[in-house]
Design a protein around this ligand. Structure first.
Ligand SMILES: Nc1ncnc2c1ncn2[C@@H]1O[C@H](COP(=O)(O)OP(=O)(O)OP(=O)(O)O)[C@@H](O)[C@H]1O
Ligand SMILES: [Mg+2]
Length: 698
């Protein structure tokens, strides 16, 4: 087709009278006369005389449609279009105050009240009516904001005013989640699972509960084939630090996860970010195929925000919404955009990417020859808006499709089933992290052997008195520290992923949390058990079966308490830096008031509350009570003790463990009491962790 293009006399005239022809394939194919050649040549044209101020009139922007000019290349009334999304007089602004940090359900979309600091979208009206849509505009023009507003995913710090209708009816987040998919700009995936596993778990969680295993598997196979993921189906996704599948494959997988339950509407925020031109084009071909599905039930309305696509990608879009500073500059079929720009006085120059041209016109370079004043730029924007014949937005559009749509709403698996699926997924992930598990076991064995050999066979002499308590204390403070650090390190990433999955309506926060607690506890158990077995026999604690099991239980509880504290801190603190600062302080305080450095009997009254919240104290006192109760001591080395230590009065032999218990004040607690308090402590920390997971968004 390029042969049809005669090189225009653009060079010869050199001024605003140039004649230009525009490129084939793209929309820039019209011969244009007497028009400026580049944005640098532009001066506000006559049409803009109607614009009296520097900003675009909101009324002008609101009425973009005409009866003659379709919003989309597809007829919205046709059966192929199952979803029509209409918005009218949409104003999105940020709140002035910073009070509502918590994601409470009832304030999710409070309207209009409170001081506002910045308007992000200015009185927009429009409709999405089937096909592949591009939301284009310069950086900061409000593309993501528009997408998030329509997908009910805005920050709680924003206020939405105006009307939004899905097939003629108001909609909420929950309903939209079941009808639509949303692929975020940055793909966030579980790096330990394979492509196939990720899709299969998502299918289990998101497909209606009535689906059989075979049907889910078929759906996964279909998505793998449709998105060209067959060659990497068994590949582990990988982490940033660990090579996995490629960026394009990650993006495809994210799209695939959203396609599993066949959404009627698919939002993608900058799907081509980070992809090279070939893979970006590849992905857009896939999206185009989805939007023009082979069979009727596979036609998905796809809305992508995209910054500046290459021409081949641009030509795949059916319709276009062009934004600038939160205003709509153009909305309608992609092919008509060039005509509108042409009639406004901005034809696409020869060999220019039409997408580049559109953006160049609305955002010329800020410096250099082509610099335009704000007034001139506002006049250009107004000229573009004026070139489009305004029409009315009908909020009732698509009402007839609603009944069919509601009948097809999927029902997620039951809560208990979600726990089971998430538990399996969690366990699989844990087993992929075997190296971490092995290191934590090894660390535990090394510490157990060290403690066991330092305090080897302490016996029942007087010297064992001053060795029995340190060993009990060391056993307690050693527990769960490694696990706690692991939680602080890994939980923020896990939470971000969970927030994404929950935003897509994949599962309940409570189901995720329950599954996580069960899986984490099970994986953690071998560490304190192995530690206890090694230490108990090396140190030579009292060989009574009940004492041994109580010792193991106390060590397990201490270990779980430690990781529970870390989980609570990690869930409540907004950043990893904050968690990393708070956790060591809490652990240190717990150690200080752990009952060893200062026995409960000698603790100042004003520190009693700190003493009360130190989980280490209950573990230590519990272990000490277990060992000391019923213990008989010999008096052979009584003189040596009197000489070397302060624990015994010279010549005074301590004969029973009970004497030590009384002297140190351990009798203020019982073994059962210590166990109960540790249980309560774990429940308390986990309850707060759940509150953090459920209500804290960032
Ligand atoms: N929650 C918020 N609070 C304050 N300002 C916001 C908020 N969300 C968006 N903005 C501002 O609104 C404007 C539009 O942001 P948005 O992310 O929608 O732009 P965008 O067109 O998607 O840009 P990009 O191409 O860079 O992704 C920006 O100036 C941004 O700083
Ligand atoms: Mg964006």
């Amino acid at each position: 087709m390029s042969s049809e293009l005669s090189t225009p006399d653009v060079e010869s005239n050199g001024g605003t009278e140039n004649r230009a022809y525009v490129q084939s394939q793209s929309d820039c194919r019209l011969p244009m006369a007497s028009l400026p050649r580049t944005t640098s040549d532009l001066t506000p044209i006559n049409r803009t005389n109607s614009v009296t101020n520097n900003s675009i009139s909101p009324n002008l922007v609101a009425n973009i449609y005409t009866k003659e000019r379709q919003a989309s290349v597809l007829d919205p009334m046709s059966d192929r279009v199952s979803t029509i999304l209409v918005w009218q007089n949409l104003i999105v602004s940020t709140r002035g105050d910073k009070k509502n940090k918590f994601h409470l359900p009832d304030i999710k979309r409070s309207k209009g009240s409170g001081p506002t600091s910045k308007v992000l979208l200015h009185n927009l009206s429009g409709a999405i009516t089937g096909g592949l849509w591009a939301v284009m505009g310069p950086s900061g023009s409000g593309k993501s904001t528009l997408l998030n507003t329509l997908a009910c995913r805005l920050d709680v710090n924003t206020v939405v005013q105006g009307e939004m209708r899905l097939n003629g009816a108001q909609y909420n987040n929950a309903e939209l989640k079941r009808l639509s998919g949303y692929v975020m700009q940055d793909d966030m995936l579980n790096g330990y699972l394979s492509v196939e596993e990720t899709l299969m778990y998502t299918a289990e969680l998101r497909l209606p509960r009535e689906f059989t295993y075979k049907q889910r598997r078929e759906r996964v196979e279909e998505v793998i084939t449709d998105l060209g993921l067959t060659h990497v189906r068994k590949a582990i996704i990988g982490l940033r630090t660990k090579q996995g599948i490629s960026g394009s494959e990650r993006k495809r997988l994210c799209v695939g996860m959203q396609l599993l339950n066949r959404p009627q509407l698919l939002f993608l925020d900058e799907p081509t970010t980070g992809l090279d031109s070939v893979t970006a084009l590849d992905l857009l071909h896939t999206l185009h195929a989805l939007a023009h599905g082979r069979s009727q039930d596979k036609a998905v309305t796809v809305v992508c925000s995209i910054h500046q696509p290459q021409s081949k990608i641009f030509n795949l879009f059916d319709s276009l919404i062009l934004l600038k500073n939160g205003y709509t500059i153009y909305q309608g079929p992609r092919k008509q955009a060039m005509e509108v720009f042409h009639s406004a006085g901005f034809p696409c120059p020869l060999y220019t990417n039409p997408a580049d041209h559109l953006l160049d016109v609305i955002t010329p370079p800020r410096a250099g020859e082509s610099h335009l004043s704000e007034e001139q730029q506002a006049a250009i924007d107004a000229a573009l808006v004026n070139a489009q014949t305004p029409i009315q937005i009908d909020l009732k559009m698509g009402e007839n499709k609603r009944i069919q749509q509601m009948a097809n709403l999927p029902s997620n698996p039951l809560w208990i089933k979600q726990i089971e699926i998430l538990f399996r997924r969690n366990m699989r992930e844990q087993f992929r992290k075997l190296d971490v598990l092995a290191i934590s076991l090894l660390q535990s064995i090394i510490m157990a052997v060290l403690i066991g050999t330092v305090f080897l066979q302490i016996g029942q002499s007087q010297s064992s008195i001053i060795r029995r308590e340190p060993v009990a204390f060391f056993c307690s403070i050693n527990q769960g520290v490694f696990g706690a650090l692991m939680v602080i390190n890994s939980f923020p990433v896990e939470r971000a992923l969970t927030l994404r999955e929950r935003a897509s309506g994949t599962y309940f926060a409570s189901a995720y949390f329950t599954a996580k607690i069960i899986a984490d506890t099970l994986v953690q158990l071998p560490v304190p058990i192995i530690f206890s077995c090694i230490v108990y026999f090396l140190v030579g604690f009292d060989l009574v079966v009940s004492k041994f099991f109580i010792f193991v239980l106390l060590i397990i509880l201490c270990s779980v308490a430690s990781t529970s504290i870390a989980l609570m801190i990690s869930a409540i603190c907004k950043t990893t830096d904050m968690s990393v600062t708070v956790l060591p302080m809490v652990l240190e305080v717990s150690r200080l008031f752990g009952g060893f450095f200062l026995a409960p009997a000698f603790l100042p009254k004003y520190f009693a509350w700190l003493d009360g919240i130190s989980y280490i104290k209950y573990s230590f006192v519990g272990v000490a009570l277990t060992e000391l109760q019923g213990l008989r001591l010999t008096c052979e080395d009584v003189k040596m003790i009197a000489y070397n230590a302060t624990m015994s009065i010279p010549g005074n032999c301590t004969r029973t463990g009970e004497e030590i218990i009384q002297r140190q004040g351990y009798d203020s607690l019982s073994i059962g009491g210590c166990i109960a308090i540790l249980f309560a402590f774990i429940i308390f920390c986990r309850a707060w962790a759940f509150i953090g997971v459920r209500f804290l968004k960032n």
